[in-house]
Design a protein around this ligand. Sequence first.
Ligand code: COA
Length: 419
Amino acid sequence: MTPLDGVRILDFTHVQSGPTCTQLLAWLGADVIKVERPGSGDATRNQLVDVPGADSLYFTMLNHNKRSFTLNTKDETGKEVLAKLIEECDVLVENFAPGALDRMGFGWDKVKELNPRMIMASVKGFGPGKFADCKVYENVAQCAGGSASTTGFPDDVPLVTGAQIGDSGTGLHLALGILAALLHRERTGRGQRVLAPMQDGVINLCRVKLRDQQRLEKGPLEEYSQYGKGIPFGDSTPRAGNDSGGGQPGRVLRCKGWETDPNAYTYFITQAAVWTQICDVIGKPEWKSDPEYATPPARLPKLDEVFDAIEEWTKTKTKFEVMEVCNPLGIPVGPILSMKEISEDEGLRRTGTIVEVDHPERGRYVSVGCPIKFSDHDVEVKRSPLLGEHTVEILSEVLGYEGGELDRVVQSGAVGTID
Ligand code: COA
């Protein structure tokens, strides 16, 4: 038995944010029925295609463990089928552009009328307000959510991050909202609407930067490298390069091989509690008792010198050797791992975070499995569905269409061409 056994999801999501959410729910055991437009389906099936004629990795990696149901929801028979599907499902998840569901004739009032227990969960770019009608993609959300203004180096342009905090991050927020709404429904019998705006999700992930904004109003941010360099602060949280966000100075430092390997770096935190161990490791035992270096406040104006000395040592070791030396001493360090290293990592493959999946059109590919581990439930990653692969199965098993009724729906063209 899986945590979401018996929960049926009407998955109206596309691209990345919504599919991240429903993929997670599928991994928790829900029956996720992905409703797609006949003929084309989720646009990502054909984006960044690497194997001609096969669903792209963009699609396959975001739609594991789902069933695909093709349905033209603007067709009259299609609307009839959709209404039945709404009656049969527990949760409707969507990330259409604002207003699309209303234009389809399935706004919240209609959905609630069809199924009062329904939880209708949406990702939108912005919450209610002046930007509510805007279409939003990942980088727009990163910019509007405060991430870009606080990412990068102070003397350079704002940067977006590689982690998809706008899309996948918001999908995670929405999944949490859905689980809470399911629990609430267990207790009250009532469904409800759940909204996760991408801007709000990014702001939530940038919480510590808003913390710093308020601290800045009271004085300079002393743990930022900019303070030690004597560069004055402006009126908003600046970009902090690779400074660590937690008040313990940290930087990315070169390791052995950095001249040719773009990822031969380590992150190194000079945590106050292990300062004496750091001094011993880097061959500066005199800094342990020297009042110019012995305390965190004394070191703040000297961080460049301190990290230069640490880097002289890290450059003599690979990023993994740095870990081997520092970890037993409690010194927090982390290797900068490339995607190649991650995809080949034996440990991650053993835990199922990196998986290999077979696909009938594209063959074997590597993907990210479920990042959450359960003691009672193993997550088996199943390949993403082909477009419309489960249409007939869902029409009969879930919606009860049989015989002449099934023929009528199939022949109407509302569910696309059935082989
Ligand atoms: N049958 C018939 N029509 C369908 C359909 C189906 N099965 N599925 C979708 N459509 C229609 C929609 O009803 C809509 O029609 P309308 O514009 O006439 O109302 C149309 O397809 C386009 O859908 P839409 O969601 O607006 O796609 P888009 O390509 O125009 O916009 C986004 C894409 C991502 C910008 C937009 O969906 C969006 O802003 N979503 C919310 C934020 C978000 O999730 N962004 C990140 C995506 S990773």
